[in-house]
Design a protein around this ligand. Sequence first.
Ligand code: FAD
Length: 320
Amino acid sequence: MRVTQHYLNAIQNNSFNFSIEILPPVKGQNIQHIFNTLDPLMEMKPAFIDVTYHREEYVYKKHDNGLLERKTVQKRPGTVAICAAIQNHYKVDAVPHIICGGFNREDTENALIELNFLGIDNLLVLRGDPIKSESTFIAEENGHKFASELLEQIVNLNHGNYLDDELLNSSQTDFCIGVAGYPEKHFESPNLNIDLQYLKKKIDLGADYIVTQMFFDNQKFFDFVFKCRNSGIQVPIIPGIKPITTLSQITSLPKTFHVDLPDILALELIKAKDNAAVRQIGHEWAVQQCRELLKNGIPLLHFYTMSKSEVVNNIIKELL
Ligand code: FAD
C-alpha cells in the first residue's frame, strides 16, 4: 500500500498510524539482527518501516612501512535487501531511502528497476549528506546534485521514460515518492523561506508526501506546516519524532541534525542523575509531543528508532 494511503486510512478510521525508521546493521551482522529489533514492535502494527541508506566512507589503513592506504568501505550495506526481507517476513510495507550520493543516473535506474521487481513501491528520496571526510556534497559524474533531480528521474520512470529513450514497450513504475522537509530549515540553506521554495519544487515535480527532520518543539512543526500550506504545498506532512535516550544526545542531536532542544527539555536532561532518568524524560517528552500532534489532527507519526524498538513500543502503548 502507498504511504499516502496509510495516511488517508488513519484519517478515515479516525485513529492514528505510526511508522518507524531503522538503520541497516553494521557489516558482519545478519538479517536476524533486524528481525530482533522489529519483532517487539510488530504487535503495534506500524504502517510502514523506513530503512536508511548509508553511503561509502573512506578509511585509512596504516601499513608496516608507515604509509597510509585509503580504502572505500560501506559500513552499513543492504538497504534494498533489508526492505525486501521485511516485506517478505512481516507483510508490511518497507520504504528504502534512496540518495543521490554515490550513484550516477544509470546506477539509479538499475536500482529502481530492482526495487520495482521486488514489489517495493514506496521510496524516500534524498540527496544524502556529504561523504564523511568531505565538507560539501559532491555529485557523481552524471549523477544528481539535488533530491529534486533524482525525483525527476523517478517521476520519468513512473511515466515509462527510461534513460534510453529508444526503449520500446517500456513499462511504467508506480513509486509513491516521499521527500525530506526541515521545520528548522536544512543546515545549508540561507533561510527557511528559500529552503521551502526548494521543497515546493520537489512537490511540484511530483513528490507525494513529506517526512520531516526530527524536532523537539511542536510549535516549529506547526509553523512549518502553516508556511508549507501557504506556499501551496498540499501533500501529507509526516512529523519525525526522536525519543531522547542518552545524555550525550543533548549535544550530538543538535550537532548532527541541526535542531534545537527547547530550554525546559535541555534543563531537565542536564539535571538527570543517570541514563534511566534521561530515558524517562525523553519518553515523557515524546509522549507529550505525540499527544499534542494527534490532538491537532496529525494522523501519522514517524519515529526515529535508531534500533531502540522498546522505546517506541512504550510510547505507542501510552498513546493507544
Ligand atoms: P535537497 O532537497 O537536495 O536539499 C539540499 C540543500 O540544497 C537544501 O539546503 C536545499 O534548500 C538546497 N537546494 C535544493 N534544491 C536546490 C537547487 N535547485 N538549487 C540550490 N539549492 C537547492 N541521508 C542519508 O544519507 N541517508 C538517509 O537514509 C537519510 N534519511 C533521511 C531521512 C529524513 C526524514 C531526513 C529529513 C533526512 C535524511 N537524510 C538521509 C539526510 C539528508 O540526506 C540530508 O539532510 C541532506 O543534506 C539533504 O537531503 P535533501 O534530500 O533534503 O536534499
